[in-house]
Design a protein around this ligand. Structure first.
Ligand code: GLV
Length: 287
């Protein structure tokens, strides 16, 4: 609507309908290769992704053609951070398992040892990627749950040190953390950053939470390690081969899965759409 209000002609439909367009507003399931850019045509000025991630766009090809690309960071930080914490609680307090238990009419009365879980309070969370989302997750868990924070990132972050988050090597983070939470973008350097070797460095009582991109984790390795109880469980919103999900992960009781909905709050979606439109207006307006 924002684009329409500004007088732009809008066409909604499959990518092939974008031929001749000056701007492309796409989502993370649209793969925008150099070929797609060429098919749209040389008039294409901006690719506006309605997502924080840019891994579905071949940004090198865009740069080569002088096409601007944009994403929607910031406006979904809160939604993703809250979802990350929700997955952590769901897996550590066995919420989905408990819901299934009640639904199956297995609840016959209070029992002292029924569905025991682990508390987050006082434990250590390892934040991998201390950007907007990672740092907000750290803040919620530090302030709200009194968790100790360790983080790993390409860069040390001065604000992090002020927030009592301690910089450690990736290896130390894996060894120290009771919960490992992934918040890196998918890049060639972060693809399969968590393989079997890394998972085996984690405590057997620890949880892995992934709300970043599926391919940051070697999903087959995760299945192997979970099968051998190498870690306590996982909370996963993103998958290596979306929308495919490994059969083992879908069935495992100690794994809570959501279908790539970490940013799916009404608030975030509206703000993402507006920002994606504003990014287009900003670029077309200056030409
Ligand atoms: C969602 O995964 C996003 O990148 O916005």
């Amino acid at each position: 609507n924002l684009l329409r209000k500004q007088g732009y002609h809008i066409d909604i439909g499959p990518l092939k309908k974008a031929k001749g367009a000056h701007a492309l507003l796409c989502v993370l399931t649209d793969t925008i290769s150099g070929k797609v850019m060429d098919d749209i045509g040389p008039q294409l000025k901006i690719i506006s992704n309605m997502a924080a991630g840019l891994d579905n766009i071949d940004v090198h090809e865009a740069v080569k053609r002088g096409i601007t690309f944009a994403n929607t960071p910031g406006v979904l930080t809160e939604a993703v951070a809250e979802h990350t914490v929700a997955l952590m609680l769901a897996v550590s307090r066995r919420i989905v398992e408990a819901d299934t238990f009640v639904e199956a009419k297995k609840y016959k009365g209070w029992q002292v040892g029924l569905l025991l879980g682990q508390e987050l309070q006082g434990k250590t969370v390892g934040i991998v990627g201390y950007g907007r989302i990672g740092s907000r997750v750290a803040e919620i868990l530090g302030k709200g749950f009194n968790m100790k924070i360790v983080y790993h990132d390409e860069h040390r972050n001065e604000i992090a040190e002020k927030n009592n988050a301690r910089y450690v090597s990736f290896e130390d983070l894996l060894k120290l953390s009771d919960v490992v939470s992934l918040h890196v973008p998918l890049l060639e350097t972060t693809r399969h950053m968590v393989r079997e070797k890394e998972l085996r460095m984690m405590k057997r009582t620890a949880y892995l939470i992934n709300t970043s991109r599926g391919a940051v984790v070697d999903e087959k390795a995760l299945v192997r390690v979970l099968k051998k109880n190498g870690i306590a469980g996982a909370g996963i919103d993103v998958f290596e081969h979306e929308p495919k999900v490994s059969a083992f992960l879908s069935k495992a009781k100690n794994v809570v899965l959501t279908p790539h909905i970490a940013s799916a709050s009404h608030e975030a979606r509206i703000a993402m759409a507006e920002l994606a439109a504003q990014n287009i207006i900003a670029v077309l307006g200056r030409t």
